[in-house]
Every structure is written in structure tokens, then in C-alpha cells.
Design a protein around this ligand. Sequence first.
Ligand code: 0O2
Length: 221
Amino acid sequence: VQLDKFRQIKTELTRFIMLYKFALKELETKIEILQEEFQMLHEYNPIEHTSSRVKSPESIINKLYRKNCDLSLNSIKANVRDIAGLRITCSFVSDIYRIRDMLSRQADLTVIEEKDYIQKPKENGYRSLHLIVEVPVFMSDGQEFVCVEVQIRTIAMDFWASLEHKIFYKYDKAVPVGLTEELKEAADTAAALDRKMERLHKEVAEIKGNQPDELEDLVRQ
Ligand code: 0O2
């Protein structure tokens, strides 16, 4: 009887984790399509790169403990909405919102939460746009809706966040005050760089917009 129970739990768990992997695959495909279409129509790709991960069991359990929730698949599904995570790194801040809008318009995807840490950065300086989106996953025995956390940020925001993450864990979450202040300053410098790059990008786009393109040149000849 115990062996049967064990087998059943194993099957349930495998299926549970698979759902998140499939949800990520679906979202990744959506992003690839947007990238290709954008490149074709605008000769410009707003996405630098993407990465994805499925949260480790240790990290899921830690989060459940932190939130004081019980340990069951239903509780995990309801309380840990970043089991599947997709990170999209863009060149410019305006691209972040452009991608958010493009995703929101897709009929089979629902944005159920948005946290804008760009308009309202965290106290430590962290900036990013976080979306919790729900995507349908079609399995052999029916359809399930699965949550994915999408983090959209610029290269500068990503650079900052990865260093901060390393420092945070190096000091076992007790970062010295001086370092915290310097990190905050670095976050503000990164934000200033983002503003400057955006302005330059717009200037270049305007100049390009006033120049004849290859087709116009061909027609003229
Ligand atoms: P990992 O290793 O990326 O998985 P909630 O889920 O809404 O109950 P939570 O988890 O605080 O609460 O959600 P939030 O604010 O959306 O942040 C979740 C994720 O954003 C984190 O995941 C990080 O990836 C990233 N993040 C948030 N704040 C910071 C920060 O100050 N610095 C850095 N470097 N990253 C941050 P995890 O689960 O913490 O880690």
C-alpha cells in the first residue's frame, strides 16, 4: 500500500513540474514569434536575450515556510506563483512596456498581476517589471491554467540585479550598510544610463526615419 502511495505521489509531482516546464515553453515560443515579427517589420529587435528557470524544490519549500502556508500541491499552486520564471532582457526601458503591451494583447494569456519596480523601485534600488501571467497548457487529459512570473528589465537593470543577488547571498542576506548604500547609488547610475541610452536611441531613430530606405532608393534608380 505504501509503495502504491509513493508511486502516486511521484506521478503527481512529475506531472505538476511538467506543467510549469510546458507553460515556459509556450511563453518562450510566444516571445520568439514576437522577436522575429518585430525584426521583420521594424528591422529592430527589442529583446537582447531571455532566460528561464523552474524554481528548485528547496526554494519552493522555503517560500511556503516564509508565507506560513501548508505543504501540499494545491497550496504550492496557489501561493508560489513564480515556480516558472521567464526573464526578458531589453535594450531600452520603452521596450519593456512595449513587450508588456504585446503580451497583454494575446487572447490566450492573462496578466493577473503587475508589479512595476521601475516606476516604483525597491528601497535597495532594484528595478524591473514583474508580471504574473496565466497560460493554458493542453495535456492529454485536459487543459490547465499555469502561472509564470515574467521579469522584464534592461541590460543595466539586469547587470545590477545579478551583482546585488551575488552580494546578498555572499553576506548571507546581512549586507553591510556601506555596501547597501553603494549598491543603491549604482542602481541610480544604471537608471541614469538607461535614460541617456533611450534618448540617444530616439535621436538615432529620428535621423533614420528621415532617410530614404533601400526600397525607396531602388524605386528612384
Ligand atoms: P530567484 O532565485 O530569482 O527565484 P510574491 O511572490 O509576490 O509573494 P516575491 O517573491 O517577493 O513575493 O515577489 P517579487 O517581488 O515579484 O520578487 C520575486 C523575484 O524578483 C525574486 O525571486 C528575484 O528574482 C527578483 N527580485 C525581487 N527583488 C529583488 C532584489 O531586491 N534583488 C534582486 N537581485 N532580485 C530581486 P526569488 O524567489 O527571490 O529568487
